[in-house]
Design a protein around this ligand. Structure first.
Ligand code: ACO
Length: 334
């Protein structure tokens, strides 16, 4: 006989955004673009940019503190901290270890997770496994990015898309039938070149030459990513639903990765969901990679949009290529 599985769910959420706003009209002064093009092609109106002396962990810490307060969990109760990011403060130590120290989470194991924009959904899936098997009781999962530091501000194809921010969730045991009901994680490394920072690691260490050629910044084949994303976002949610015999119509809220409003609309259409049930904040913040989903989730929770028992589907895709979704029955009272 196998031991009864513990139900893992979200106990609290938090988010933080840098104050500085960069609008489309500000970008018109930097590159050959227009508010009209950016709004029509992406849905983005403005994004947040971290100050020069602000690192990913600074944003992550504020989001984490809000999530812990919301969950009524103290740092010394944490068994695990996962930070999903592609813009860690340094290659070593991990940003998760920096957060562990800053929070004073003395008992927690800590590591970073690299799955780009799918990172938060990957992260809560990983953390929930530890809770479900009884190994850990409380986990903190953060998605945090300072993408502005990896943007080529002369490349209009990419510089209009990205922003900075952090979102977090505290996970722990919830009532039977609630919490994370199902997940789907996937990857296709053959598409790895579609979004990359060519000079950032052991393949091509950063050098004067690579900096001169801007190879230390984000390079993206937008069209290729777009084609992949419109399929991946809807399909991964369908796979998560299939695993628990749930129907699309049962989803109350879709919380998608915020890369492009047209990708979000197409995912909603594939899932036959009206846009009123889709959490969208891309117009305010742009694409913040791993931070998009937890910020959208935390903002919607703070606005009391979710009711206890609501079915929430998280859906992300990103560099790797990767994709991930989770189906959650919301366990918090409003
Ligand atoms: N302003 C004005 N014109 C522009 C801009 C701009 N900012 N950017 C591109 N253009 C031009 C192009 O140069 C092109 O001109 P041309 O026809 O003369 O060559 C024209 O607009 C059309 O370009 P497309 O690439 O066809 O534009 P598209 O409609 O595909 O939109 C976009 C481009 C927004 C990048 C879209 O493809 C997209 O959103 N792709 C997905 C990106 C994504 O999801 N990334 C997420 C992953 S990120 C991660 O994991 C970190």
């Amino acid at each position: 006989m196998t031991a009864k599985q513990i139900n893992a769910g979200i106990l609290g959420t938090g988010y933080y955004l840098p104050e500085k706003i960069l609008s489309n009209s500000d970008l018109e002064k930097i590159v050959d673009t227009s508010d009209e093009w950016i709004t029509e092609r992406t849905g983005i109106k403005e994004r947040r940019i971290a100050a020069n002396d602000v690192a990913t962990s600074d944003l992550a810490l504020k989001a984490a503190e809000m999530a812990l307060k919301d969950a009524k969990v103290s740092p010394d109760e944490l068994d695990l901290i996962i930070v999903a990011t592609l813009t860690s403060d340094r290659i070593i130590p991990s940003t998760a270890c920096i957060i562990q120290d800053l929070l004073g989470a003395k008992r927690a194991a800590a590591f970073d997770l690299s799955a780009a924009c799918s990172g938060f959904a990957y992260g809560i899936t990983v953390a929930s496994q530890f809770i479900q098997c009884g190994a850990y009781r409380k986990a903190l999962v953060i998605g945090a990015e300072t993408l502005s530091k990896y943007i080529n501000w002369e490349d209009r194809n990419t510089c209009v898309l990205f922003g900075d921010g952090a979102g977090a969730a505290v996970l722990g045991q919830v009532e039977d039938g609630y919490g994370i009901l199902s997940f789907d994680l996937g990857s296709d490394g053959s598409g790895g070149d579609a979004i990359q920072i060519p000079s950032s690691g052991s393949r091509m260490p950063v050098s004067n030459e690579s900096i001169e050629k801007r190879l230390n910044l984000i390079h993206m084949n937008g069209k290729e990513v777009f084609k992949f994303a419109v399929k991946a976002m809807g399909n991964t949610v369908k796979h998560s639903l299939e695993k628990i015999g749930m129907k699309q119509e049962e989803i109350n809220w879709l919380v998608p990765h915020q890369a492009n409003i047209r990708i979000i609309q197409s995912a909603a259409k594939r899932l036959a969901m009206p846009m009123e049930k889709v959490i969208v904040n891309i117009q305010k913040y742009g694409n913040m990679s791993a931070a998009c989903i937890p910020i959208a989730l935390a903002e919607a929770a703070a606005e009391k949009r979710f009711k206890k028992g609501d079915i929430i589907a998280l859906s992300g895709f990103g560099a790797g290529l990767t994709w991930a979704s989770c189906i959650i029955r919301w366990s918090k009272e409003d």
